[in-house]
Design a protein around this ligand. Structure first.
Ligand code: ADP
Ligand code: ZN
Ligand code: MG
Length: 479
């Protein structure tokens, strides 16, 4: 059978670190990047005799995430111990949730080529993060940093509903944008605050039974996730085509070799010896509590998108790109309202800003300039103080060294030449230097004007007013 006869099935478990000030069971700070073991206390270091106290904010954020993803919120929930031994887990168990998660049976909607599709969410539960092992350059051993131990997480488990790499990526992007909108997590993938366990299986098209899955843990870049799924699909099809069976196992994706490697056989739930956490009370939520959390939900991407189509007349495609990130979306709305030219702001975001983000592999939230600075640049172009090609240079400056665009153009001497006399001088100079274009124009080739304007822009390093150039070239050549 060929590859086309197979279908891929993907299910994702996403861990998002919550942006609470303090950890889930103690009052240590959660800030990323501090010196090792400076954000620890006897509780998160698992000293004997210490007791956990559940951070109320964690419950609130998890409920918020559940409501934003159409889940049912459980009014009767609890914590459970998940037992396993690993050096970064000082208690030798993780406090998580087993049979009574806070949120269940939700969905998020993604766009596919066949229209919108619901990806179902099985559950969202709260748990604590583990510490981190740093491999020691001197002693050859490993050092444990417990700053991350006890940082609150929500784990969102999807049903195995995705059928392609694109769908998996769309789902992740959607979930990430929802968590960013509701501000429960900063979702910084490079800092590990949004990471996915990727479950992949293949089956023959038309089969109703799912194939055996493998799982790749802790993936934190869209690119590696796509590459890893692609590799796994090929590998599993080869295994089946060779008459063998895919083993259910945990794999490690290696970005350098572009391959997956076996880590360990998959443990069953019973290997974890789950049992109710005896040091914490049950979590009982009233209707009123849940409704109060619902009231704190901001406008979500879906609704913003609908508004952008009607209110700002954006194209479906542009509205999707802009609302995929809360940061871009806020930037768009704020800058538009300041400069009153939403069309221009839209164009800058979709074209040059997106391109730079891509090239620099930056997240929208890392954009260093603010909406006021972007708006000011648009106004400078609208007023004719700078040309749009100078605008591109100003934008690059805003990324490199953000400040008031007016200051940038003064410092760099980028103010547009709109003085008639100066423009005329340039036009005459360019005409004299390009006699062939003059002949071409007189022979009816209107395109020659474009070439001459281009030469004049080059001569002035993009500073001449292009409309004036255009007009004056035509006037001169018609003489
Ligand atoms: P575990 O914690 O043991 O990995 P979970 O039930 O928490 O188990 O998560 C299983 C994940 O794997 C879910 O996201 C689910 O959608 C996905 N999954 C289950 N079966 C398959 C399969 N046959 N192919 C692909 N994904 C699957
Ligand atoms: Zn602590
Ligand atoms: Mg798993």
């Amino acid at each position: 059978m060929s590859r086309e006869d197979y279908e891929v099935v993907i299910g994702l478990e996403v861990h998002a670190e919550l942006s609470t000030e303090t950890k889930i069971f103690c009052s240590c700070p959660t800030k990323f990047g501090a010196e090792p073991n400076t954000q620890t206390c006897p509780i998160c270091m698992a000293m004997p005799g210490t007791l956990p106290v559940l951070n109320e904010k964690v419950v609130e954020y998890a409920v918020k995430a559940g409501l934003a993803t159409n889940c049912t919120i459980s009014q009767d929930s609890k914590n459970d111990r998940k037992n396993y031994f690993y050096p970064d887990l000082p208690k030798a168990y993780q406090i998580s949730q087993y049979d009574k998660p806070l949120c269940e049976h939700g969905y998020v909607e993604i766009e596919t080529e066949n229209g919108p599709k619901k990806i179902r969410i099985l559950r969202i539960h709260i748990e604590e993060d583990a510490g981190k092992l740093n491999h020691d350059d001197f002693g050859g051993g490993s050092l444990v940093d417990l700053n991350r131990a006890g940082v609150p997480l929500i784990e969102t488990v999807s049903e195995p509903d995705m059928r392609s790499i694109e769908e998996a990526e769309q789902y992740l992007r959607k979930l990430k944008s929802i968590f960013e909108y509701i501000e429960v997590s900063d979702c910084k993938m490079q800092e590990g605050s949004f990471r996915a366990d990727v479950n992949v299986s293949v089956r023959k098209k038309g089969d109703s039974k799912l194939g055996t899955r493998t799982e790749m843990k802790n993936m934190n870049s869209f690119r590696s996730i796509a590459r890893a799924i692609e590799y796994e699909i090929d590998r599993q099809i080869d295994v089946i085509e060779n008459g063998e069976k895919v083993e259910q196992e945990t794999l490690r994706w290696d970005d350098v070799s572009g391959k997956t490697f076996s880590m360990r056989d998959k443990e069953d739930a019973q290997d974890y010896r789950y049992f109710p956490e005896p040091d914490l009370v049950a979590i009982k939520l009233s209707d009123e509590y849940i409704e109060n959390v619902r009231k704190t939900l901001p406008e979500l991407p879906e609704s913003r998108k609908a508004r952008y189509l009607t209110e700002y007349k954006l194209s479906e495609k542009d509205a999707n790109i802009i609302t995929s990130s809360k940061h871009l979306s806020d930037l768009f709305e704020e800058a538009s309202s300041i400069c009153k030219n939403s069309k221009a702001v839209n164009n800058w975001i979709i074209s040059d800003i997106s391109r730079i983000l891509n090239e620099e592999e930056m997240e929208p939230s890392e954009i260093p300039f603010n909406s006021e600075q972007l708006a000011k640049m648009v106004v400078l172009i609208d007023k004719g103080t700078i040309s749009s090609s100078i605008g591109k240079k100003v934008l690059e400056e805003l990324f490199a060294n953000p400040k008031d665009p007016e200051e940038i153009i003064k410092e760099k001497g980028w103010i547009q030449i709109s003085d008639e006399g100066a423009i005329k001088e340039i036009v005459l100079k360019i005409i004299e230097a390009n006699p062939q274009s003059v002949v071409d124009y007189k022979a009816g080739k209107d395109r020659a004007i474009g070439f001459l304007v281009g030469q004049a822009m080059k001569e002035t390093k993009g500073k001449a007013n292009p409309q004036m150039l255009n007009k004056m070239f035509i006037e001169e050549l018609k003489k």
